[in-house]
Design a protein around this ligand. Structure first.
Ligand SMILES: NC(=O)c1ccc[n+]([C@@H]2O[C@H](COP(=O)([O-])OP(=O)(O)OC[C@H]3O[C@@H](n4cnc5c(N)ncnc54)[C@H](OP(=O)(O)O)[C@@H]3O)[C@@H](O)[C@H]2O)c1
Length: 307
């Protein structure tokens, strides 16, 4: 029998991930709060539904929204996915949310007989589109085994990291490093440029050094050409993640000085009004702090994500 898959949340990440499920040949039913954003999924072959409860009859429903409160809202509030008499068998959430919020959601879903897997990802929408996400999961291992083929349709690699909310801790740790790396990459790029090394040459050399990564490579064209309007992730979402990282560090008694400094830098970026823009705009602010006004180097460059 065909497994019916539901999807809630077609933002930058959700759209790219749901499309991969459709392209893999699965029957996918989608809902988004802003209905117009669902149109590209219909073009790809998904079925659009009019309400969250229209997905309640699905076997598995994936969610990709912004925060813990948003996830609670789409699941439990009036008209929410599990607020009616019919409920899906399994909910798989990929949003970046807190461990505590996730545990509360697990308790409520499991009390209703709905299985719950946390499954955050590493990678942005372009990485997702290219099928290069890393997707981890935690929760009951039997559930993971059942859901694994669908995760594999979306990611280059999938991993089960343990029971309960451990995948949330994984994601929080991952995104703390994500923030710390961009902070330091911006600092050293400004240092190199102010000293006289052209930005694209410096970034290319870092990418080809032992320190280069998929992340430093895919941020390089944006940092070189200052195309921050091509938003992958906003300063506000990064601030949320740095706060989650520091809260987890406090809860587990771990000192994280580099994360603490980065959190303040990202908070300043948000405070300066950078909203609908990529978080890599941090480069411009770092340069300003050094008395340097950056210009685009207008170079055609690869981000390493071409399929
Ligand atoms: N962007 C990245 O590179 C990246 C990478 C990994 C993980 N993440 C995480 O993935 C999640 C989504 O990120 P994104 O970049 O895709 O964000 P986004 O583009 O802002 O999309 C957010 C999605 O959630 C929906 N949503 C938010 N609050 C809602 C609510 N209360 N009720 C119903 N729908 C709601 C939005 O609906 P509308 O369209 O109606 O606004 C939209 O579909 C976040 O937790 C983020 O931290 C992002």
């Amino acid at each position: 029998m065909t497994v019916r898959i539901g999807w809630i949340g077609l933002g930058r990440m959700g759209e790219a991930m749901a499309k991969r499920l459709v392209k893999a040949g699965h029957a996918v039913y989608v809902w988004n709060r802003t209905a117009s954003k669902a149109a590209p999924l219909a073009d790809a072959g998904a079925s659009i539904v009019g309400s969250k409860q229209d997905l309640a009859g699905c076997d598995i429903v994936f969610t990709m929204v912004s925060t813990t409160d948003d996830l609670k809202q789409v699941l439990f509030d009036e008209g929410g996915l599990v607020a009616g008499a019919t409920r899906p068998r399994i909910v798989v959430d990929s949003s970046s949310i807190s461990q505590e919020g996730s545990a509360e959601i697990r308790a409520r879903l499991e009390a209703m007989g709905v299985g719950y897997l946390c499954s955050p990802v590493s990678g942005n929408a372009k990485v997702a589109k290219a099928g290069k996400l890393l997707q981890v999961a935690s929760g009951p291992q039997a559930l993971y085994t059942e859901v694994e083929p669908y995760l594999q349709a979306m990611a280059r690699k999938v991993m089960w990291v343990g029971e309960g909310e451990l995948a949330r801790i994984w994601k929080i740790a991952h995104n703390t490093m994500f923030g710390v790396i961009i902070q330091n990459l911006c600092e050293i790029t400004v240092l190199a440029e102010k000293a006289g090394i052209p930005r694209h040459i410096f970034l290319e050399s870092i990418n080809d050094s032992v320190l280069g990564s998929m992340y430093t490579k895919y941020k390089t064209p944006m940092l070189t050409n200052l195309t921050f309007d091509q938003v992958t992730f906003t300063p506000k979402l990064l601030l949320k993640d740095m706060d989650l990282g520091l809260a987890a560090a406090r809860a587990h008694g771990v000192a994280m000085p580099s994360a603490a400094a980065t959190r303040e830098s990202v908070a300043r970026l948000v405070g300066r009004g950078h909203e609908d823009i990529d978080f890599a705009v941090l480069l411009v602010e770092t340069a300003k702090d050094a008395g340097l006004e950056l210009k685009s180097e207008n170079r055609k460059m690869s981000d390493g994500l071409e399929s």
